[in-house]
Ligand binder design. Structure first.
Ligand SMILES: Cc1cc2nc3c(=O)[nH]c(=O)nc-3n(C[C@H](O)[C@H](O)[C@H](O)COP(=O)(O)OP(=O)(O)OC[C@H]3O[C@@H](n4cnc5c(N)ncnc54)[C@H](O)[C@@H]3O)c2cc1C
Length: 290
């Protein structure tokens, strides 16, 4: 690999946290609040942490989860997750007072808000890919400050969430986004809520319309993010994608999360980057999505 060496996030710590609360927010989808002032005070929107269950060797490895939000008291933070396999099945059984092992904050999050006023930031989510956007939206609005980035001035246009899901029962926490001042437009594959179709159709309309976004942030299934990146490139709108490449260590040692990026310095025009270190948020035009 070429390019500069990137060190793990200087603020990362390995620690334990107690479960403050757990709430089901959609079908197979939960919001888990963890008491952990160390990470709550450092983590920024788009960053993630690794979570492991103590005293268990199955699953042995931790799993990555994005920051959902930090509580106003700064002592706890939440993650949102959907049950898909070994770890998330066990996580759904966690109750208040139980302990989890964490290391983080990890990776590079979303770029700092841009209050230039040229247009809103559109956040385009697919499924559980909505999790990084509550904190990102609140930071853009100047409603909350994360890590050491400080509080930003409120923008001329509030950020908006375009949220795609399989069906209404998988749509999570929309009132929470709206209460935070983030308008939400929903698209479902089966038409049971919002627009019948893909969230990329909502994005295409916005890119062609009068309220064109100044920039787009996206997270969700890779085919969706690839389509989002293509639409944004055609419209000349900057886009950042938050990847969810499976990873084992989270801090650059195992290379299990490498992704292909365009790289003019390489003879082939592309190279690998570790998503945990150089991502998980990448400028979309640098990703090959293959
Ligand atoms: C930076 C980052 C942030 C993430 N944030 C969130 C989040 O906020 N909420 C959330 O629900 N999930 C998030 N994920 C994905 C989450 O880590 C996986 O869902 C979790 O590892 C599943 O663990 P498990 O033990 O339940 O499933 P496993 O038993 O490990 O896997 C079950 C099946 O899912 C597949 N799988 C595992 N991880 C992924 C993946 N990332 N993409 C596609 N297939 C996968 C496996 O190959 C297997 O087929 C994130 C991933 C990354 C890399």
């Amino acid at each position: 690999m070429s390019g500069p060496a990137v060190l793990p996030h200087a603020d990362a710590v390995q620690t334990t946290a107690t479960v403050a609360a757990q709430k089901q927010i959609a079908k197979g989808t939960f919001r888990l609040s963890l008491n952990c002032p160390t990470i709550a005070g450092r983590i920024e929107p788009g960053q993630f942490l690794m979570l492991r269950l103590p005293g268990r060797d199955d699953p042995l490895l931790g799993r990555p989860f994005a920051l959902y939000d930090v509580a106003d008291d700064g002592a706890s933070f939440s993650i949102g997750y959907v049950v898909i396999g070994k770890m998330t099945r066990l996580m759904a059984e966690l109750t208040a007072g139980e302990t989890v092992e964490l290391w983080g904050p990890l990776g590079h999050g979303f770029p700092e808000p841009d209050a230039s006023g040229a247009g809103p930031t559109l956040m385009v989510a697919g499924g559980i890919g909505q999790t990084p956007f509550l904190a990102a939206g609140r930071e853009i609005l100047g409603a909350a400050a994360y890590g050491d980035r400080g509080r930003f001035a409120p923008p001329a246009h509030p950020p908006e969430l375009l949220y795609g899901a399989r069906s209404a029962e998988y749509v999570a926490d929309v009132p929470r986004f709206e209460a935070a001042g983030i308008p939400v437009s929903v698209a479902t594959d089966d038409g049971s809520l919002g627009r019948h179709g893909f969230v990329t159709e909502l994005l295409a309309e916005r890119l062609a319309g009068e309220r064109k976004p100044a920039r787009v942030l996206t997270c969700g299934p890779e085919p969706m993010m690839k389509a989002v990146a293509k639409l944004c490139a055609a419209a000349g709108v900057p886009c950042w994608a938050s990847l969810e490449s499976p990873m084992a260590c989270g801090f650059g040692a195992c290379f299990s999360c490498v992704v292909k990026v365009r790289d003019d310095r390489s003879a082939d025009g592309w190279d690998y980057r570790r998503s945990c270190l150089e991502g998980p948020v990448f400028p979309a035009e640098t990703l090959t999505f293959d």
